[in-house]
Design a binder for this molecule. Structure first.
Ligand SMILES: [Fe+2]
Length: 424
């Protein structure tokens, strides 16, 4: 990303966060249904806090913070920065108001324009690198905005729609054709390289620190499903007693099935005896051909056992995906679609993040950056699983084969689905 492209990227991303909020009612901005979700207003403020904390305060001479107390209020988890307002209570912050948060954003944007114009600044390269990190960080929060909002809207019995319209086209397009039979793409494996060589935080060819260093892994011959598991296929797992058969489940997964009484994916419902699902467009008929979504890692693993397959490893996924182009839609679909296209592997980035069976751990030789910014990824490399690809609420230019997303295996409020793998 050239320096002027960096300014454009900054402006575009900041604007996209505001555009995502346009369909909201003012009453929606504080919604926080659970501790693991954050209100829209908090995402708007925290992404600004990131630029203020990691760029403006250290690098812009005489920068005046918009409000000193925001340092604590909108700090997510950076212990080296200092105290944090308790995450489960973010929804209680009726002040600052939405208006005040919008002014905070403008204040940060103006100061950032000033900072990015200081090309003779002695730390200009680091400023560009951190700005790029801030852009990618905001893109991550744009996805969280959708997943958190969907979760909070779903607990309302009125099943409010975030936005009407778009999926009707997707529904009519897809309901006329049978789902393509799943096929296996075969790979011989061997010694292959995964990860990236670029210096972490490079602003030209961006990758997060957790994608480095590039290194060699050995893969046994394997096959990947050419598309994601569909709603109809997952319904067959349920009909076959999938949620009642402990032999299909990891012990930790079975414990969650019992304690949470899981019977189906997160947003599946019945209305007048018909299968429906909650979407960002409200309750919609469940499309049997669409990729099954909002699946935990445990459910993905149990489904794979039932299907006499397994989840891919992250190395298998990256190796196989590296030879293909990014298939993300040009527009944000907000809902997974049925598989289509003519590439060997379909739905790599466009529909649902794909659970892998790989533990989220550092690559050999990984070292987090010094200081608070080093808390970005490294300290979360414990008890989580890696997901690969992207989703219908990701920004297309945020995704790449080496991207390592990560969540706890019981998490299912992300747009997460299943791509099967097997040994050859
Ligand atoms: Fe964040």
């Amino acid at each position: 990303m050239k320096d002027n492209a960096l300014v454009t990227g900054f402006k575009t991303t900041r604007q996209q966060s505001l555009q995502a909020c346009e369909p909201l009612a003012i009453d929606d901005y504080g919604l926080q249904a659970e501790a693991f979700t954050s209100p829209p207003k908090w995402h708007l403020a925290h992404t600004s806090w990131f630029f203020e904390t990691f760029l403006l305060k250290p690098f812009l001479p005489d920068y005046q913070p918009f409000c000193e107390q925001y340092e604590v209020l909108f700090n997510s988890y950076y212990n080296a920065v200092g105290e944090q307002f308790p995450r489960p209570k973010r929804g209680l912050l009726s002040r600052p108001t939405v208006d005040e948060v919008m002014h905070y954003r403008e204040h940060v944007d103006q100061a950032m324009m000033q900072l990015l114009s200081m090309v003779d600044h002695s730390d200009y390269l680091q400023i560009c690198q951190r700005c790029r990190l801030g852009i990618e960080h905001e893109q991550q929060h744009q996805e969280l905005f959708y997943t958190d909002l969907k979760y909070s809207l779903a607990i309302n019995p009125l099943y409010p729609s975030y936005m009407n319209g778009l999926p009707e086209k997707q529904l009519t397009e897809s309901s006329v054709s049978e789902p393509a039979a799943m096929q296996w793409c075969e790979y011989q494996g061997g010694a292959v390289a995964i990860g990236v060589d670029e210096a972490p935080l490079s602003h030209e060819n961006f990758s997060f620190d957790n994608e480095s260093p590039r290194h060699t892994v050995f893969l046994q011959p394997f096959a990947l499903a050419n598309r994601l598991v569909t709603n109809a296929e997952f319904a067959a797992f349920i009909d076959d007693g999938g949620y009642q058969r402990p032999e299909l489940w990891l012990a930790d997964g079975w414990a969650v099935v019992q304690s949470e009484n899981w019977q189906a994916p997160l947003y599946w419902r019945e209305r007048d005896g018909q299968p429906v699902e909650f979407t960002l467009h409200g309750l919609l008929p469940r499309n049997p051909d669409q990729a099954v979504c909002h699946i935990s890692g445990y459910e993905a693993d149990a489904y794979a056992s039932w299907a006499k397959a397994r989840l891919p490893t992250e190395a298998e996924w990256e190796y196989a995906a590296s030879s293909q182009a990014n298939d993300h839609h040009e527009y944000m679909t907000l809902q997974p679609s049925p598989a289509s296209g003519d590439q060997p592997l379909l739905q790599l980035y466009s529909d649902c993040w794909q659970w892998t069976g790989s533990a989220y751990r550092p690559y050999p030789g990984f070292s987090p950056a010094a200081g608070a910014i080093g808390e970005y990824n490294g300290k979360f490399m414990c008890n989580q699983w890696v997901l690969r690809g992207g989703s219908c609420v990701s920004q297309a230019n945020h995704l790449r084969p080496s991207y390592r997303n990560f969540f706890y295996p019981q998490d299912r409020w992300q747009f997460s689905g299943i791509r099967l793998a097997k040994d050859l």
